[in-house]
Design a binder for this molecule. Structure first.
Ligand code: PLP
Length: 430
């Protein structure tokens, strides 16, 4: 008899493209079919057949306190009784904005939106308006959401500019977007020289989370800052994933480099749909209705989402040292455990970790950019993933995504994960 997971996913396949609401959930990166979730609690997800998984995906980053956190549930339960959406200014949105401005360096003013995609596309529009230029420079393998401008990969050289990476994106998007190798400052310098006074912004995930975890090399972010300033372009840190994850003040705090605009999402919504972009007052006042850059949203500033975000941020701000210290300790333990088990299995891996964002790559050469991350590993991650899943550990169903450690992961679950990896690294050898 087929499982309830399989029955429901068959129905999902009839109703939704690939059976999912967002592509990577469909397990195409590892093969097989996704399980269907019944509920989440603390570090665990439970599927509809009652199987329990230690979850390191955490809804792709937002769940820094784990699933169904009691404090969050209580606040949301009270909030929903006051109504689910007003379409008017409200106190929860004000509170979330105040918390954001207090914690994120250089954020003087902020606009709330509903997703990271909205945040990045709106920040780019603002950068184009503020500079009177149209081009954007980004990095191969980074992900800034699904707006046309960002679905572009490197062409065969600067002369050909970018190539669109999705059907349906106009070729004009490829002519306005340059995509270069992450961590290659020289390429950025050359691009600024090749396109004088044309580049509105450099958009960067300061720690890339979307080719697996790839940190910046020393001097890279500082170099981007200098080049943007020298050439009159805006530096946009896309901190949708890293904001409140790698430090309270995100990568700006961790690496001591200031951006002109910052985009946020994930953690700032506590698991509900929220994004935000912000920066200096003079820039942000160009956004409607203060200024001429149009951007709006029916559900923007939603009271439930803002309540969830505010509860999370208040806790992160109030217990900053304790929370980030705990996340660092737990994540370091997981890293050490994975390295030791891989070594025992005689499987070379490279672990990249920044705080509680972590990924590993099969092979022994360092991973500094997309070409490194995408090197052929002959299906090792897919085998590893399925062996872990069988043992009740849910990692991202793609080798190009991070694992996220939450405060809900206790030593017992970390140890169980490392024990499962013992078998999984052997399975990964194929
Ligand atoms: N920017 C970064 C760095 C992301 O990781 C993501 C999503 O994973 C986005 C933007 C897009 O955010 P959303 O999926 O909320 O639209």
């Amino acid at each position: 008899m087929s499982s309830r997971n399989a029955q429901l996913f068959r129905r999902a396949l009839e109703l939704m493209p690939g059976g999912v609401s967002s592509p990577v959930r469909a397990f195409r990166g590892v093969g097989g079919e996704p399980f269907v979730v019944q509920r989440g609690e603390g570090p665990y997800l439970y599927d509809v057949d009652g199987k329990r998984y230690i979850d390191y995906v955490g809804s792709w980053g937002p769940l820094i306190f784990g699933h169904a956190d009691p404090e969050l549930c209580e606040a949301l339960t009270a909030a929903v009784l006051r109504g689910s959406s007003y379409g008017c200014p409200s106190e929860p949105e004000l509170e979330l904005c105040e918390l954001l401005v207090s914690a994120v360096p250089g954020l003087e003013m902020v606009r709330l939106v509903n997703s990271g995609t909205e945040a990045t596309m709106s920040a780019l529009r603002l950068a184009r308006a503020a500079t009177g230029r149209e081009m954007v420079l980004k990095f191969d393998g980074a992900y800034h959401g699904h707006a046309d401008a960002f679905l572009v990969k490197a062409g065969s050289g600067l002369a050909t500019l970018g190539e669109v990476s999705s059907a349906g994106v106009p070729s004009a998007a490829g002519r306005a977007t340059l995509s270069l190798a992450f961590n290659d400052l020289e390429a950025v310098r050359q691009a600024f020289e090749a396109f004088p006074k044309a580049i509105a912004a450099v958009m960067v995930e300061p720690v890339v989370g979307n080719m697996g975890c790839v940190p910046p090399l020393p001097g890279f972010l500082e170099g981007l800052r200098e080049l943007c300033t020298a050439h009159g372009a805006l530096l946009i840190f896309d901190e949708v994933m890293t904001g409140f994850r790698v430090a309270l003040g995100g990568c700006q705090q961790r690496y001591g480099v200031r951006a002109d605009l910052i985009t946020l999402g994930k953690i700032i919504g506590g698991g509900l749909p929220v994004g935000a972009y912000g920066g200096r007052r003079a820039l942000m006042e160009q956004v409607a209705p203060s200024g001429p850059v149009y951007q709006a949203g029916t559900l923007s500033g939603n009271p439930l989402a803002c309540t969830a975000g505010a509860v999370s941020l208040r806790r992160l701000i109030g217990r900053c040292d304790e929370v980030y210290g705990e996340l660092e300790r737990k994540s370091a333990k997981l890293e050490a455990g994975l390295l030791a088990t891989a070594k025992r299995a005689d499987v070379p891996i490279v672990v990249n970790r920044v705080g509680s964002m972590l990924s590993f790559f099969f092979g022994s050469a360092p991973v500094r950019n997309w070409d490194d991350a995408a090197r052929d590993e002959h299906g090792a991650y897919a085998r590893f993933f399925h062996a872990m899943l069988a043992e009740g550990v849910y990692l991202a169903p793609s080798r190009f995504e991070c694992a996220f450690v939450s405060t809900a992961h206790q030593d017992a679950q970390l140890e169980q994960t490392i024990a499962a990896a013992e078998l999984a690294f052997v399975a990964a050898r194929g």
